[in-house]
Design a binder for this molecule. Structure first.
Ligand SMILES: Cc1cc2nc3c(=O)[nH]c(=O)nc-3n(C[C@H](O)[C@H](O)[C@H](O)COP(=O)(O)O)c2cc1C
Length: 330
């Protein structure tokens, strides 16, 4: 018998398969379906900071006045106002999800500043969330904003969250930093307990027939897992924080790969949109089979086996460029 039990953010998970923030985890019904399909935990659909503001401002006024809307929020608001949660509705969703399931429920806030959601962050603990995921995505919108200014804002958000909530905090980051290790260490010092590497942002593109701006494919492929494998390999066991791999986890092999890199858990979204939540079983059984055939009975026995801390002389992950001859490629 193998056990997939793991610990993430101080929580006990029956397996490392977390359903990531998405419409799949927007309601208690969705969360119950994820749990019944075998999820180890869920991250609820993010409450967008703009929605916190909306709780106190008229929707129409805000739509007109605010130019910096995250496009996904905009679409959500426009498409179906009834689907939108304000903070009160969100807190009720947290309570309903906790009542509907016994797996850990991680609340999520999309934040670009610290001023709007501080009260909410405290309330979310009272509502019973087991942890809070900060989905921080700050776009450099001017030609003069520096990377350092943006990173300062990330650190400030984490510090304020740490002061406000007692539950564990994970920070979900995108891959676009000049020095990911330094950012992770800084946010760890600011109070983050774990990191979700990486978020996959909304991708606008150009339709060359209609000459309009459209959204590119919202779903990832397994090929997109490489940055998570690389950075978790580089950071695990060097930074005392938990890591959840995200973006591109589609197969049991993907799960095994990121655990070997040092992940405590994985987040899955696209694969479940494409295959249904029943795919969680395929992932779980595939990992179990691999463990049995390789003689492992717990995840801890192979977690981090491939991380760079254990292979300090191996430069595979710290290399940026191909070198002709060495790897046999042009
Ligand atoms: C329809 C949809 C809605 C999403 N909503 C959120 C969200 O509210 N908050 C968030 O942090 N990520 C959100 N994401 C991103 C996912 O949580 C996940 O990080 C991303 O899809 C990459 O994982 P994947 O390769 O398994 O899809 C959403 C993704 C999709 C496809």
């Amino acid at each position: 018998m193998v056990s997939l039990a793991t610990r993430y953010l101080g929580l006990n998970l029956r397996n490392p398969l977390i359903v990531g923030a998405s419409s799949l985890t927007m309601t208690a019904k969705g969360v119950r379906a994820c749990a019944a399909a075998g999820a180890g935990a869920v991250v609820l659909k993010s409450l967008f900071e703009e929605q916190v503001r909306l709780d106190t401002a008229a929707l129409d006024q805000s739509l007109e006045a605010e130019e910096s809307w995250h496009s996904e929020v905009f679409a959500l608001m426009e498409a179906n106002v009834s689907m939108r949660y304000g903070t009160r509705e969100y807190l009720q969703v947290v309570r309903d999800c906790k009542a509907a399931t016994d797996i850990p429920v991680i609340a999520s806030v999309n934040c670009v500043s610290t001023e709007w959601w501080e009260d909410f962050a405290g309330e979310v603990t009272a509502a019973g969330a087991d942890a809070l995921e900060l989905n921080i995505a700050i776009m450099p919108r001017t030609l003069v904003t520096t990377g350092a200014e943006i990173e300062d804002r990330y650190a400030e958000i984490v510090k304020v969250a740490r002061k406000t909530v007692r539950i564990p905090i994970a920070v979900k980051l995108g891959p676009y930093f000049t020095s990911i290790p330094q950012v992770v260490v800084r946010l760890r010092e600011a109070g983050a307990d774990g990191f979700v590497l990486f978020n996959r942002f909304y991708r606008p593109t150009v339709d060359i027939e209609t000459l309009t701006l459209t959204a590119a494919d919202p779903y990832s492929t397994s090929d997109e897992l490489a940055p998570s494998v690389r950075w978790i390999c580089m950071l695990a066991e060097r930074v005392s924080a938990d890591f959840a791999a995200a973006t591109g986890v589609h197969t049991p092999e993907d799960v095994i790969r990121v655990v070997l890199a040092g992940s405590n858990a994985v987040q899955v979204v696209s694969a479940l949109y494409l295959q249904g939540v029943k795919h969680l079983r395929v992932l779980r059984e595939g990992v179990e089979e691999w463990m049995e055939s390789h003689g492992y009975s717990t995840l801890d026995e192979f977690r981090g086996l491939m991380c760079q801390a254990r292979h300090p002389d191996n430069e595979m992950f710290s290399r940026c460029q191909y070198i002709k001859g060495l790897v046999g490629m042009e």
